[in-house]
Ligand binder design. Structure first.
Ligand SMILES: Cc1cc2nc3c(=O)[nH]c(=O)nc-3n(C[C@H](O)[C@H](O)[C@H](O)COP(=O)(O)OP(=O)(O)OC[C@H]3O[C@@H](n4cnc5c(N)ncnc54)[C@H](O)[C@@H]3O)c2cc1C
Length: 425
């Protein structure tokens, strides 16, 4: 920890997880009377909303990541340790981590969420996920390897298994991924795999619900489905995956589909650190917190973002959606509350201000819901790009992403098409 004569008596705040919530909190606690220690098992913050662009060869992985040390180094009262937290002992106020025991006065858990397979262990073994940069790179390599594997085959039926791309879950991640894959079919496969009939490539988006983007307005859902279908994505709604093996999947209506690639984007569950089970809501796999994000039963522990379940916000009695804006707003409030705590003032409860939802579906098409307004098309796409660029951490990343998008828009090319894993199928 960074120590000086001034700060030796300040309380130590340990923040676990430098995602949207943790990083926002740490930035806000700079120059406050706290010693802050950020712990993360990665050495970088990852901007998850653009992971699908890494998975589909539009963006390089380093343009959506930012090293924690670059953020923390100039901060006099904030330190970073790369460490995985294994469990909490709230009695002793300490954490067991991969680098040893860490003690805290106040603990903030912001460990995010992981893919939820809803107990389907076959699917967990077979499917690919999109929650981290390494998973995004894995999807990218898999996609390119399937193209390479299909190309030399003589038999179209054999090719199909390589070229059927299945995405389960038609929320924003599934929709954006499906749109990007459909663009690849139209551009990359058509122009560069000229010995491969691009019509053989199918992108199938599956969801058990009756519409895509279920959390959006009905108008945006309809627009998104229309855009997807115009791009050639097959949207199979009111359908669930009941089985899977190395050959393909079985669906609730009895159909089977041969495929090598299933990407599971059908749900998330909180990442839980053992030791605080008394406050765990097992249904949601999130820690129950009060209106100030304090863990139920322990005023020295706060939980933020995807792994927190707050039911006191009147508009969200079942908890907030697991999105970046909730994580950021909770962190901003906790910064204010910790400053109030330092001055022995009363803390303020959290109210979520929903600023809107947006999803992009291929080149020049997006859907946006803001307040009473719901619109789609080119302007929505521009707005989506602007908002995402502005939210990226780091000026360099903003410039890199803008330059890459401009190049892609003008050249119609996804250029980052390196296979970076050995062929494993
Ligand atoms: C593909 C994808 C697209 C998305 N698109 C959008 C979008 O368009 N808009 C939107 O609002 N939201 C979107 N989200 C959701 C959004 O990214 C999450 O809601 C947000 O990241 C939650 O922030 P968080 O701080 O709670 O957790 P995270 O940002 O997930 O951060 C958790 C951090 O904790 C660290 N960690 C976890 N466990 C440990 C441990 N044991 N020890 C140490 N460190 C640990 C992780 O390494 C990570 O850095 C998307 C998510 C995904 C996966």
């Amino acid at each position: 920890m960074k120590r000086s004569a001034d700060n030796s008596k300040w309380p130590t705040v340990v923040v676990v997880g430098g995602g949207f919530a943790g990083l926002e909190l740490v930035k806000g606690l700079e120059n406050t009377p706290y010693n802050v220690l950020l712990l993360d098992k990665q050495n970088h913050h990852c901007f998850q909303p653009l992971l699908y662009q890494v998975a589909t060869a539009s963006l390089a992985s380093d343009s959506i990541a930012h090293p924690f040390r670059r953020t923390v180094a100039p901060m006099a009262n904030v330190s970073f340790r790369m460490a995985e937290v294994e469990c909490v002992d709230p009695e002793k106020k300490e954490l067991r981590t991969s680098i040893g025991i860490v003690q805290y006065d106040l603990l903030v858990l912001a460990t995010g969420s992981t893919t939820n397979f809803f107990g389907n262990s076959d699917m967990q073994r077979q499917a690919m996920q999109l929650k981290s940069i390494s998973q995004a790179l894995d999807i990218r390599s898999d996609m390119l390897q399937e193209f390479e594997a299909a190309l030399p085959l003589w038999n179209d039926n054999e090719k199909r298994r390589h070229l059927n791309f299945v995405i389960v879950g038609a929320g924003p991640t599934g929709v954006e991924l499906a749109g990007a894959l459909a663009e690849i079919k139209k551009t990359v496969v058509k122009r560069e795999y000229t010995e491969l009939d691009n019509a053989l490539m199918r992108i199938i988006l599956i969801d058990g619900l009756p519409r895509v983007l279920n959390s959006f307005t009905e108008r945006s859902s309809k627009n998104a489905q229309r855009y997807l279908e115009e791009l050639g994505v097959e949207v199979w709604l009111k359908t669930t995956v009941t089985g899977s093996d190395s050959q393909g999947i079985t669906l609730s209506d009895g159909r089977t589909l041969e495929t090598n690639t299933v990407i599971w984007a059908a749900g998330v569950r909180g990442v839980i650190i053992p030791g605080l089970e008394a406050a765990l809501n097992t249904r949601a796999n999130r820690f129950e917190v009060d209106g100030m994000n304090a863990l139920k039963g322990d005023a020295n522990i706060f939980v933020l973002g995807d792994c927190a379940l707050m039911t006191s916000d009147a508009a969200y009695p079942n908890g907030h959606p697991q999105v970046a804006t909730v994580a950021i707003q909770q962190a901003q409030l906790l910064v204010g509350n910790l400053k109030r705590k330092a001055k022995r003032e009363k803390m303020t409860p959290f109210t979520y201000h929903h600023k809107g939802s947006m999803a992009v579906i291929g080149r020049g098409k997006a859907v946006v819901d803001i307040g009473a307004y719901s619109f789609g098309g080119f302007f929505a796409w521009l707005l989506w790009m602007f908002v995402h660029v502005m939210q990226l951490v780091g000026f360099r990343n903003r410039v890199m992403v803008l330059a890459r998008w401009a190049w892609k828009f003008l050249s119609w090319k996804n250029t980052i098409r390196l296979i970076i894993r050995p062929y494993i199928r």
